[in-house]
Design a binder for this molecule. Structure first.
Ligand code: XIL
Length: 455
């Protein structure tokens, strides 16, 4: 330890001398052997299951060999960084300075973060003593607030609003199979990488959506030429490739999305090549494949109409029970594409209760609240009356979510930033105003409703 400190001092002095040489250019220290220093960097998030635990994510990137060690601010001991997220329990109120040292032949660099803890646990966004009502994420205590992104909507106002209000992002469509795996053996991770890199660079969690979805299956998979066994091997390979690529960077994945058929509440068959090729236990198989690749990443089953349709809800919980018995599932994503006038609070609460009683994480996953759901409506603008009813419904969702036990909280994710970008405009083909911001990025009453509901 003493040697390490002297070493640290020497390297610091060398860097100081070099960096005071009067040039405005960035100074990169290069060792006599030609090796460059590797800049240490990390992010952290509060565990969804324990408010006193943080998950440290070593985001250091560099070529060649380097060693990463943590100083957890609780004495001198350095702890070698392990692959994946590093869990750290911070007991007792106070400030903890966590440091990461990265050493290679050229010397070492360090990154540090001060984490504040109060009697409720680690303070979200380092704001202790309750909520900070100046942003959505500030008002959410003990869980994340999410939105969707596209790789070409990460700059300007999008970037500003995302970083101000949200600490979780979901790719709207660019991390689905038809985009990431357009032809057999050829992946396209361009947009997905841009999204994941943005999250990592800004300390925003990334929720992966969605590995297996019957609606984003590339044609070559729909028409797969090989045997069923070859199909299954191909899917295993796809899940492995994607999860390995984003290990430690994507915190959670929707492994299977929308497997239940409307009406029958059976598994989709005709419209799911996965069900047809891999059998009635294809969901368990896919979760197992994901778990085998990354035991640390959180795995979700995600579906819609779980509040409004009690039969579908029961079918979904039956799937969850099978997965839970195999220890393969961490949480349930309830999409919550709903309307200002329904489903009722009690129906939404039933989704939460079923999830909590199974000791799973609850993701309010794809929130949007239609203001213009009536058939043959001629409405073209958002009336103040509807805006307030929508606010009430958003507030209700936020209240229900806030009351979930901390150990079962995960994220409250809105499916879009501004009204004119909502997928619902194309989906229903009528004007609507389902989100928290208007087309100028101005917060609507709905935004205020969420803040109020979080309190
Ligand atoms: C939608 C996206 O918003 C669209 O841009 C895309 O074209 C189709 O998918 N349920 C889901 C989401 O799980 O992935 C869907 O997102 C909306 C419904």
């Amino acid at each position: 330890m003493k040697n390490f400190r002297i070493y640290k001092l020497l390297v610091f002095l060398i860097i100081l001398v070099i960096s005071s040489c009067g040039s405005d250019d960035e100074v990169i220290y290069v060792s006599p052997s030609g090796t460059q220093l590797v800049q240490a960097s990390f992010t952290y998030s509060i565990s969804a299951t324990d408010p006193n635990v943080i998950l440290l994510n070593n985001t250091t990137q560099g070529s060649g060999e380097f060693k990463s060690e943590w100083n957890f601010g609780m004495g001198d001991e350095l702890v070698l960084d392990q692959p994946g997220l590093e869990e750290l329990r911070l007991n007792g109120a106070g400030s903890y300075t966590i440091k990461l040292y990265v050493t290679n032949a050229a010397g070492f660099t360090e990154a540090s973060e001060t984490v504040r803890v109060d009697e409720d646990g680690v303070c979200p966004s380092n704001i202790c003593g309750g909520i900070d009502p100046s942003s959505l994420k500030g008002a959410a205590v003990g869980f994340s607030v999410g939105t969707i992104v596209r790789d070409n909507r990460l700059t300007g106002m999008h970037d500003e609003v995302i970083r101000r209000d949200f600490n979780n992002i979901t790719s709207e469509y660019q991390m689905k199979m038809d985009v990431m795996y357009p032809s057999q053996g050829t992946y396209d991770f361009g947009p997905a990488d841009a999204i994941v890199d943005y999250g990592v660079a800004n300390g925003i969690d990334v929720h992966g959506h969605a590995l297996i979805w019957h609606n984003s299956t590339p044609d070559w998979v729909e028409n797969f030429a090989g045997t069923d066994a070859e199909f299954e091997d191909m899917i295993r390979d796809y899940i492995r490739t994607v999860l390995e690529r984003y290990k430690g960077k994507v915190r959670s994945w929707d492994v299977v999305n929308e497997a239940i058929a409307d009406g029958s509440n059976e598994l989709r068959f005709d419209d799911s090549v996965f069900r047809r090729r891999m059998g009635a236990d294809y969901i368990e198989k896919c979760f197992q494949m994901a778990r085998d690749v990354d035991p640390d990443v959180l795995l979700f089953y995600n579906d819609y109409n779980m509040a409004s349709d009690s039969g579908k809800r029961a079918a979904m919980f039956a799937i969850a029970d099978r997965l839970k018995a195999l220890n393969l599932i961490d949480g349930i994503g309830a999409q919550l594409h709903i309307s200002y006038n329904g489903p009722a609070r009690s129906e939404i609460q039933a989704v939460v209760d079923g999830t909590v009683s199974r000791n799973l994480l609850m993701h309010f996953a794809e929130l949007d609240i239609r203001t213009n759901p009536e058939e043959n409506s001629s409405v073209t603008a958002l009336s103040s009356e509807r805006a307030l009813l929508q606010k009430d419904k958003y507030k209700e969702l936020a209240e229900i979510y806030t009351d979930i036990p901390t150990a079962n909280k995960f994220a409250f994710t809105v499916w879009g930033l501004k009204d004119n970008e909502s997928w619902l405009l194309d989906f229903w083909g009528v004007p609507d105003f389902p989100l928290l911001f208007d087309s100028n990025f101005d917060p609507k009453p709905a935004y205020q409703g969420v803040i109020e509901g979080f309190q």
